[in-house]
Design a protein around this ligand. Structure first.
Ligand code: DGY
Length: 335
């Protein structure tokens, strides 16, 4: 083995990644790739991490406190190929001195595109309309049925006005929508662009013909859109979620879709996905996608490159741009 190979860090890559990303991995790391793209169990992850310096992981793996306690001492950084990091117990990683990074920014536009796709698809019946064509239940054009909901000029409430929320607002303004938002902190006027800030979610909800969820899944936001929140929305409102499924209380949302309190929902993310609450499948007014928010070739390559930038910086003894926890002295992480 040449000197170069010896110095290259050992990297566990938990899922198959886009070609250019894997090429860069092969060039710079001694990598254990996952050509079969199997979703590893916690036990497999613990075994495969043996002797590794780093792991490039995805939102499909739960790095909880138990798994983190079973990672080898050699493993110093977890770089997740995602902006969300609710699948990682960051406090447990910090306690073990393991750095954690994510991939913000690069997926904001792709995810906001899917938020608009869901908003339009839910409002205009893209799901049931497509099923009618495929299942040959479309008998004739009709002036009165089935009908969707007009989007243009309506009020959109955004929960979580970070990068993706702001990108969604920009798109929605193209449909002449009025933007309301609820965020931990109010944005400066240049970013707000006339959007109406609501310090309390419950105060914003009555102003939302559409509600789009863009906050992270945390202890504070899990179950945030519950029966009380749904009740505060105007009748026939539409809920869109491209963030994380567990921010919504499935019972509350499903009951509101069944009763007609809500006109429709557009969902890209689900609690327990891909094993979603089966009641969603039976709802004609639910427009459902399989977590496609960041799923374009360009964005997935950019996410991989961003994760590798973080790993490269770490192993060069520098603070990664997207570090999520304060772990010791980066100089010591160097080669
Ligand atoms: C993200 O980056 O968080 C996407 O939802 C993929 O997990």
């Amino acid at each position: 083995m040449g000197r170069d190979a010896i110095r290259k860090p050992k990297l566990l890559v938990t899922r198959k990644l886009p070609g250019p990303v894997e090429e860069r991995i092969r060039a710079n790391y001694r990598a254990a790739l996952n050509g079969a793209d199997t979703v590893y169990s916690s036990n497999e992850l613990a075994q495969r991490a043996a002797g590794m310096d780093a792991a490039l992981i995805c939102a499909t793996e739960r790095f909880d406190a138990d798994l983190i306690s079973r990672l080898p001492q050699t493993l110093r950084i977890l770089a997740t190929f995602s902006v969300g990091y609710d699948h990682i117990d960051v406090a447990a990683a910090t306690a073990r001195g393991i750095a954690v990074t994510n991939t913000p920014d690069v997926l904001s536009d792709a995810t906001a595109d899917v938020a608009m796709l869901l908003l339009l698809g839910a409002a205009r019946g893209a799901g049931w309309g497509e099923r009618m064509v495929r299942e040959q239940t479309w008998k004739a054009w009709s002036p009165t049925a089935p009908l969707g909901v007009e989007v243009t000029g309506k009020r959109l409430g955004i929960v979580g006005m970070g990068r993706i929320g702001q990108a969604t607002a920009r798109r929605a303004r193209g449909f002449a929508m009025t933007i309301h938002y609820h965020n931990r902190t109010r944005l400066e006027a240049a970013l707000e662009q006339g959007a109406v800030f609501h310090a309390a979610l419950q105060d914003m909800l009555p102003h939302c013909d559409f509600l789009s969820i863009h906050c992270a899944s945390t202890d504070a936001t899990r179950g945030l859109i519950d029966a009380r929140a749904v009740a505060a929305l105007p009748d026939s409102a539409i809920v869109v979620n491209t963030a994380r499924g567990d921010i919504v209380d499935d019972d509350a949302l499903i009951e509101a879709l069944q009763s007609g309190k809500l006109a429709a929902a557009g969902l890209d993310v689900f609690a327990g996905e891909p094993d979603i609450d089966p009641r969603y499948r039976a709802l004609d007014n639910a427009f459902l996608l399989p977590h496609l928010g960041s799923a374009t070739a360009e964005t997935r390559i950019a996410m991989g490159m961003r994760a590798l930038d973080n790993l490269d910086m770490y192993f060069a003894g520098r603070r990664p741009g997207d570090i999520l926890n304060d772990v010791a002295d980066f100089q010591k992480a160097g080669p």
